[in-house]
Design a protein around this ligand. Structure first.
Ligand code: GLY
Length: 341
């Protein structure tokens, strides 16, 4: 078994990401030595049963619900109650086993219990491996939007056991591909040219480099939200029928069309976006017709990046950057242009 390891260099909070077939076998060695209690947070149907890997520690399994409605304060409270019931101290640890929903919610609970305990993420979806489990963003939704409440809480370690991907439905793989297309535009890398372990490792490395420079999203980390302003709004407005990665794919091409209308890029660069997202990563680029543009605009105005009206990450002569105060009428025109004909 040859595993890849990418280090996220964050000083005294640095951690390793272990990638490859069988990586979950290393779980026990990655837990803090002083942790005697382990709360495993997972969902029904997740491929790994990590309990037999945790030795003689006091281990409890806590299952949370599926779907975006489970990304809630009630779910966080259920985890905190489980920690309380097992008598967890600040030396103890949460192990999250699942996709981005599980790692986001379990990470948030870890950041709250006794003002912060250790968490190790075992990412089981492509999206969690290439994005959600890396970089310490945790969060839950509120009725006002997605991921509006959360914390920055870096894990102690992340495991990306690529054996988990074999059992994933095609829709989950498409979800991960949306984030890969995003990295493609940020770096120019053709990620599909890589084998699966190399692909995950490269995505982790791209993300780690950005997080190391800007852990709390004061600047450069915002670029990881390329395609996400409209993407998050589509997820919400479709009632999550359009998955995160699929929504980001539409958001990437929308952002390119908007950038062209603002004179930041030319038509050939928009066509490049369309080719990369649709032809290379195999994702739809059309905005579904059923979505209300009024609601999409309201949701985009509530985006976390928005400080001054509508805010997008847009391509341009200096590459991608945050652009504030984008004209609403223009956004509406580009929404109309982006719909399925
Ligand atoms: N998923 C975007 C970030 O972690 O910053």
């Amino acid at each position: 078994m040859s595993l890849k390891r990418v280090q996220v260099e964050l000083g005294d909070r640095a951690y390793g990401v272990l990638i490859g077939s069988g990586a979950v076998g290393e779980l026990s060695s990655l837990l803090p030595e002083r942790a005697t209690r382990v709360l495993v947070v997972t969902q029904a149907g997740i491929p790994f049963d990590v309990l037999p890997l945790l030795g003689s520690r006091n281990v409890r399994r806590h299952e949370i619900g599926a779907g975006e409605s489970a990304k809630s304060i009630d779910t966080v409270m259920s985890i905190l109650d489980a920690l309380g019931e097992m008598g967890a101290t600040r030396n103890d640890v949460i192990v999250s086993v699942g996709g981005g929903l599980v790692t986001d919610v379990a990470g948030f609970a870890a950041s709250l219990w006794h003002r912060g305990i250790g968490v190790v993420h075992v990412a089981t979806s492509l999206l969690a491996m290439v994005d959600a489990a890396i970089g310490g963003k945790t969060g839950i939704n509120t009725r006002h939007g997605k991921n509006l409440v959360g914390s920055f809480w870096q894990p102690r370690a992340v495991i990306c056991d690529t054996d988990a991907l074999a059992s994933l439905p095609a829709s989950e793989i498409r979800g991960g591909r949306g984030e890969m297309a995003k990295y493609h535009f940020l770096t120019g890398d053709d990620l599909l040219a890589l084998g699966i372990d190399e692909l995950v490792a490269r995505c982790v490395q791209i993300k780690a480099e950005i997080v190391e420079q800007d852990e709390r999203e004061g600047g450069r980390r915002a670029l990881l939200n390329y395609g996400h302003t409209l993407g998050h709004a589509i997820e919400r407005e479709s009632n999550f029928a359009v998955s995160h990665g699929e929504a980001v794919a539409i958001g990437l091409v929308f952002a390119a069309k908007l950038a062209r209308r603002m004179g930041r890029i030319d038509s050939s660069r928009v066509e490049y976006h369309e080719r990369v997202v649709r032809d290379h990563y195999g994702l739809s680029i059309d905005l579904p017709k059923a979505l209300s543009h009024d609601r999409l605009v309201v949701l985009m105005q509530g985006d976390k990046k928005a400080l001054n009206g509508l805010t997008f990450i847009l391509d341009g002569p200096r590459g991608c950057e945050v652009v504030n105060g984008v004209d609403e009428a223009l956004v509406r025109e580009v929404l109309a242009e982006s719909e399925v004909r």
